[in-house]
Design a protein around this ligand. Structure first.
Ligand code: NAP
Length: 496
């Protein structure tokens, strides 16, 4: 949870981290601040500036000023700077990981360390792609030279969520900068500290103004980015609801927009996969160790009727063995929900499930009201069964550890139910029969289908959503070209 104060710069005993504008760590123009809380202890841990439209103006001005030289820098030179950032981040992954764990409540061992490491890897991946910003030649005849250039768009406005904040920030910063754009980004109000630390490290290598990172509230700061006339491209990761607001703002000015939005991803388990490896895979795909606060969480579990009960029994044994506790404790598997709003929302869904006589609680339930787990926003993995895919809990993105298990008997029916969603981000298929697995993968309407694994994204994959889960791809070389460059054609008459 974040609260706001009108504190004077030195009037607090909390840690303070400024925003990055034009190469400097700065306070907001208004002097107002946001308090960042540790969701595991419900204690304030730091303050950050509460940026508003005036700060967005300052940041866009800096990014516009820096753009000319940055876009003219040879792409491989830009790439080399990203590679230096990658090494500097790699050297500080533990500090980064601890910051992420402290502010998000994501467990250090199972989540935050992995996020810090992949963040360095993202800069490393895009750092090597400078020379891939290639155009084409078009064969218009011997007397004509016609070719395309990949040019940057200008100042990119980016807005990100809190669930994997540093990785999601890197996924916009690295490709956008590699392609020659400059950036103004807003971090999520609940998890700005890791992003600011990463920005500080980036700034050791970048010219001032190339990267600007603001902190602030959604509409006040993010809205000012979305509608700013100096911004030439919008890149948003977050909920489908806010994605629509961003898209409307982009439509007003006809700027291109990339949207990485929500999901309600299906997992289809065939009868031959009633085995431990598949159960482990379902736990990973459901992201139980990130409290299922993941856009790609496989939160609809379609189990073949022949294995329905036996699979759930195995799942219960393994999921309930996961250790919930202090995110910074090395023994902890599962940390906390990010804030009170999300915690209340998750509890409301669980409560609805408990109250429905036609839904069966397989395991889990409401969070403990006493003991150490009642001291933070801790929830417990929860599985409901016996209701259909039409149920609210099977349709809405809960963004918490609530899994709905649904029975199927016919493959076509399983795929129809999997596709019966306005989301289409990720999907998982579990079977030894690779033909069947691939048939299902091809029939599922999702941007990313994994067969027999439930892992996270890897740089190089073209990752993104079908349907209301988003528009555009950013994770790969192709994503960088599509999302952060525009094509220009030059045609020359060679006869003059
Ligand atoms: P959110 O409420 O949509 O917020 C995302 C970002 O947008 C935050 O920085 C937020 O600021 C800002 N924002 C809120 N209202 C705004 C407005 N009117 N104008 C401009 N910016 C605004 O999402 P969230 O709760 O942080 O994150 C969870 C959602 O993100 C889930 O739906 C999840 O599926 C999705 N997600 C998608 C992906 C993907 O790759 N597809 C990855 C991760 C998460 P505040 O922080 O101040 O609220």
């Amino acid at each position: 949870m974040s609260t706001t104060t009108q504190a004077k710069p030195q009037a607090t005993s909390l840690g303070y981290k400024g925003m990055l504008i034009d190469g400097q760590s700065v306070d907001s123009a208004s002097g107002a601040r946001i308090t960042v809380e540790n969701p595991a202890k419900l204690q304030p841990i730091a303050e950050v500036p509460r940026g508003n439209a005036a700060d967005v103006d300052r940041a866009v001005a800096a990014a516009t000023k820096a753009y000319g030289e940055w876009r003219r820098m040879p792409p491989r030179e830009r790439g080399k700077l990203l590679l230096k950032i990658a090494e500097a981040l790699q050297a500080r992954t533990e500090e980064l990981a601890r910051t992420i764990a402290l502010e998000t409540g994501n467990a250090l061992r199972t989540q935050a360390r992995g996020e810090a490491n992949i963040t360095a890897d993202i800069y490393r991946y895009f750092g090597g792609l400078g020379s891939e910003l290639k155009g084409e030649t078009i064969p218009l005849g011997e007397n004509v030279l016609s070719y395309t250039r990949r040019e940057p768009l200008g100042v990119v406005g980016a807005v990100i969520p809190w669930n994997a904040p540093v990785m999601l920030a890197a996924l916009k910063i690295a490709p956008a900068l590699c392609a020659g754009n400059t950036m103004v980004m807003k971090a999520a109000e609940d998890a700005p500290l890791g992003v600011l630390l990463m920005a500080e490290i980036c700034q050791q290598f970048l010219p001032p103004g190339v990267l600007n990172v603001l902190t602030g509230f959604g509409e006040e700061c993010g809205g000012a980015i979305a509608s700013h006339p100096g911004i030439r491209k919008l890149s948003f990761t977050g909920s489908t609801e806010v994605g629509k607001i961003i898209m409307r703002a982009a439509a007003e000015r006809i700027v291109p927009v990339s949207l990485e939005l929500g999901g309600k991803s299906p997992s289809i388990v065939y009868p031959d996969a009633d085995e431990d490896w598949a159960v482990d895979g379902i736990i990973a795909a459901m992201r139980f160790t990130r409290q299922s606060q993941s856009c790609t969480a496989g939160s609809r579990l379609f189990l073949h009727e022949d294995i329905f009960d036996s699979f759930l029994a195995k799942l219960e044994k393994k999921a309930t063995a996961l250790k919930i506790g202090d995110p910074l404790d090395e023994a902890t598997d599962i940390g906390t929900i990010i804030n009170n709003k999300q915690f209340t929302k998750v509890c409301r869904y669980i409560d609805e499930g408990l109250k429905r006589p036609d839904a069966k609680l397989v395991f889990g339930g409401l969070p403990p009201k006493t003991g150490p787990l009642s001291e933070g926003y801790f929830t417990i993995p929860t599985v409901f069964a016996d209701r259909s895919n039409d149920w609210r809990l099977a349709r809405e993105e809960i963004f918490g550890p609530v899994l709905v298990a649904i029975r199927w008997s016919d493959e076509a029916e399983a795929i129809r139910m999997a596709n019966d969603s306005h989301y289409g981000l990720a999907a998982y298929v579990w079977t030894h029969d690779i033909g069947r697995g691939l048939r299902a993968a091809h029939a599922i309407e999702s941007g990313w289908v994994q067969v027999n694994q439930g892992l996270g994204q890897v740089p190089g994959m073209s990752y993104g959503g079908f349907k209301q889960s988003g528009i555009g791809r950013e994770f790969s070389l192709e994503g960088m070209l599509d999302s952060f460059t525009q094509r220009k054609n030059v045609t020359v008459n060679l006869m003059v």
